[in-house]
Ligand binder design. Structure first.
Ligand code: IMP
Length: 173
């Protein structure tokens, strides 16, 4: 199988995730419990690293929404797995791998806000602003990238490449 070329290497990702974790703690205050909600499956590696980069009290939960197969988005979002615990009164941070059209995130923000959390913010590792179909607030962005299809560090192409330790691009993309 072909190895994707390196787009963002491990050292760059590690350094940026460390900065994001420190910023999240600074903004939240020293003692506020931060409740991370990872969007499966793409955010699982980012979540693991980000959770360890936030000093102080952190808890986490998982949610899963339908994602599209391959490279084209259907524009439809469906809830596949809900949270295990209530988020009422909690300072929630949605942890996403990448914001592309923004449709997934807009849907998640809407359903989570309706559950009376103290606050809802979003941390995404990657953002492709040129692809947005809907404006959606993202408080913490790791890297802003052009319209390229990336894989690795949790991100897949038809369920492949999630385990790569770096963010890669396929040839010709
Ligand atoms: P959105 O709803 O269009 O913003 O899409 C968000 C989801 O699409 C992400 O959580 C990813 O699962 C997937 N996605 C978007 N762009 C890429 C990419 O370049 N590589 C892999 N997955 C992507």
């Amino acid at each position: 199988m072909k190895q994707p070329g390196v787009f963002l290497n491990e050292a760059k990702i590690r350094a940026r995730v460390a900065e994001m974790g420190a910023q999240i703690r600074k903004d939240s205050g020293p003692d506020t419990p931060v409740h991370l909600i990872a969007v499966l499956k793409g955010a699982f590696i980012f979540l693991a690293d980000l959770a360890r980069a936030i000093p102080g009290p952190v808890s986490l939960d998982f949610i899963s929404v339908s994602s599209y197969a391959g490279k084209s988005s259907s524009g439809e979002v469906r809830l596949l797995k809900d949270l295990d615990r209530s988020i009422e009164g909690r300072a929630v941070i949605i942890v996403e791998d990448i914001v592309d059209t923004g449709l997934t995130l807009a849907y998640l923000q809407e359903i989570l806000r309706a559950r009376d959390p103290k606050s809802v913010k979003t941390a995404c590792l990657l953002s492709k602003p040129s692809r947005r179909k809907i404006e959606v607030p993202v408080e913490y962005i790791g890297f802003t990238i052009d319209d390229r299809f990336v894989v690795g560090y949790g991100l897949d192409y038809d369920e492949q490449y999630r385990q790569l330790p770096y963010i890669g691009v396929m040839d010709g993309d």
